[in-house]
Design a protein around this ligand. Structure first.
Ligand code: AMP
Ligand code: MG
Length: 408
C-alpha cells in the first residue's frame, strides 16, 4: 500500500499554480504573490521624527553638563504632512510632530516631555524658546530615509502570502494593484444515502451531512473558494451527475467524501474509472486509509473517506498542500511542532494522526490523547489542539518521547 509521502508526491505532481490576475489591494488578503515586488521608493521616504518634540543640533546639547541647562530659540513649527523650509542653526530648535520631516540643520529630536514646554492641548502654538537639560545623541528619535527599505529592494517574493501586514506595507509603497494567483475553485460534494441536509429533521437510519461544512470551511481556510455541489446519493447516476457538474464548471479540483471504500454502495471509485482514471484509492495511514485520487474527465479528483475525522485528516495531509500549491503559496500554512507525549501511545504501524490536547509543563508542550480515537468521533477532534503524527512502523510511543504535531 502507498505510504503517505508517496501518495502526497503523486497527488502534488499533478498540480500547478493557478494563472495570475491583477487585482486591487483591497481584494488581496490571503492571496499569494505571482511576482516579486520591488520598492518604488525609500521607506521611510524622508528623514522624520519618531516623537513629538523639538528638532535640534545634537552638538549644541554637549554644552549641557551636570545640572546646567540649554535654552534654544524656536525658529519653526513643523506639522506632520508639511514640507519644512527653515534651517535649524546653532542655538536653535524647531518644534516637530511625530512623522514630520526633519528640518535641514537638525540631526536629533528631544521629546517634548523632556523639555520645559508643556503641550497642554491640541492647537497650542509653539513657544519662542525651549530649554533642555540633557545631552542628545546624533540621530536620537529620528527615523532616517531608507531605514527600512531602499528603492529597488526586493520587498516580497513571488509565492509570499499577503497577510494584513503585507497589505499595509504594499500600501506604504504606493502599490494599489497586485498580481496574485487566482483563487483556486474546489467543487465539494458529500455522498451517501444516509445523509440529511443540516436543516432536515433526523429520522431513523439517517445522519446530518457534517463533511460539507467542515471541509467547506477547511477549503476556505486554505484560501480557496468552494463550489458546493451538495449530496450525491449512493447510485452511479447521482454520483455521475454531480461530478459532471464539477467538470462542466472547470474547477481546479473535485473533492468528495465517502463512497470510496469497499461497501456494496460505494460507487465513487467506479464512476471515476468509467469517466476518467483512478490513480490510487488506499493509503497506509490511520485514520483515512480509503482515500482515492484520480481524475474525472481530466479534472483532478480526490475522494476523502466518509468518517468525519478521516475526512478532516485526509484534508490536512493531502488536500491542504494541494490548495497551497494551486494558490501559488511557497511556505506551508500549518505549523508543526515537537511535543512530548504525556502518556504511552499505542499505534498499529500505519502512519497515524491522533487527536491530542496540549498543555505546558515548565514551558514544554505535553500531549494527551482526546479520548477514543474512532474516526467517526468528531467530538474528539473538537477537543483537540493538535494532531500527533506517529510515524509508520511505530507500534508504541513511550511516555516523554517527542513526536511531531500539527497544530490545529
Ligand atoms: P463510507 O465511506 O461511505 O462507507 O462512509 C463511512 C462513514 O462515514 C459512514 O459511517 C458514513 O455514514 C459516514 N459519513 C459519510 N459521509 C458523511 C458526511 N458527509 N457527514 C457525516 N458522516 C458521514
Ligand atoms: Mg457511504
Amino acid at each position: 500500500m502507498l505510504s503517505v509521502t508517496e501518495a502526497r508526491e503523486r497527488i502534488l505532481s499533478r498540480f500547478q499554480p493557478t494563472a495570475p490576475e491583477t487585482i486591487r489591494l483591497t481584494e488581496c488578503a490571503n492571496r499569494m504573490l505571482a511576482v516579486d515586488i520591488f520598492a518604488a521608493h525609500d521607506l521611510p521616504p524622508f528623514d522624520n521624527s519618531s516623537m513629538d518634540g523639538f528638532a535640534i543640533r545634537s552638538a549644541d546639547s554637549a554644552a549641557v553638563t551636570g545640572g546646567s541647562s540649554l535654552t534654544l530659540s524656536v525658529v519653526a513649527d513643523i506639522a506632520a504632512g508639511s514640507a519644512p523650509t527653515a534651517t535649524v542653526g546653532a542655538g536653535q530648535a524647531a518644534r516637530i510632530m511625530t512623522g514630520a520631516p526633519m528640518p535641514a540643520g537638525a540631526d536629533a529630536v528631544i521629546p517634548v516631555e523632556e523639555t520645559d514646554f508643556n503641550n497642554r492641548a491640541a492647537g497650542q502654538s509653539a513657544p519662542q524658546q525651549v530649554t533642555i537639560n540633557r545631552v542628545v545623541r546624533v540621530g536620537e528619535n529620528v527615523r532616517p530615509r531608507g531605514m527600512d527599505l531602499h528603492v529597488g529592494d526586493v520587498v516580497l517574493k513571488k509565492g509570499h502570502n499577503l497577510r494584513p501586514q503585507e497589505l499595509g506595507l504594499l500600501a506604504m509603497l504606493g502599490i494599489g494593484q497586485v498580481q496574485v494567483h487566482k483563487k483556486p475553485r474546489i467543487a465539494l460534494l458529500s455522498t451517501g444515502d444516509e445523509l440529511l441536509e443540516v436543516d432536515e429533521p433526523l429520522t431513523t437510519g439517517k445522519i446530518h451531512d457534517a463533511n460539507s461544512y467542515a471541509l467547506g470551511a477547511l477549503i476556505q481556510s486554505a484560501g480557496a473558494e468552494v463550489f458546493p455541489l451538495g449530496i450525491a446519493r449512493d447510485t452511479r447516476k447521482s454520483v455521475e451527475d454531480l461530478l459532471q457538474q464539477a467538470a462542466d464548471a472547470q474547477v481546479d479540483l473535485i473533492l468528495s467524501s465517502a463512497g470510496v471504500s469497499v461497501g456494496a454502495f460505494d460507487f465513487v471509485k467506479e464512476v471515476i474509472e468509467l469517466n476518467g482514471q483512478l490513480n490510487f484509492w488506499k493509503v497506509n495511514m490511520r485514520p483515512g486509509k480509503p482515500l482515492a485520487f484520480g481524475e474525472y474527465q481530466s479534472r483532478p479528483f480526490i475522494g476523502l473517506p466518509g468518517n468525519p475525522v478521516s475526512a478532516f485528516v485526509g484534508f490536512e495531509v493531502f488536500v491542504r498542500p494541494v490548495l497551497e500549491k494551486l494558490s501559488g503559496r511557497l511556505s506551508g500554512s500549518r505549523l508543526t511542532v515537537k511535543v512530548r507525549c504525556g502518556e504511552e501511545i499505542e499505534s498499529d504501524g500505519r502512519e497515524s494522526y491522533l487527536r491530542a490536547t496540549l498543555h505546558s509543563e515548565d514551558g514544554v508542550p505535553i500531549a494527551k490523547l482526546t479520548g477514543h480515537q474512532g474516526s467517526g468521533n468528531l467530538l474528539s477532534l473538537v477537543q483537540a489542539d493538535a494532531l500527533l503524527i506517529i510515524p509508520a512502523g511505530v507500534k508504541c510511543v513511550p511516555v516523554s518521547q517527542e513526536v511531531e504535531a500539527i497544530l490545529l
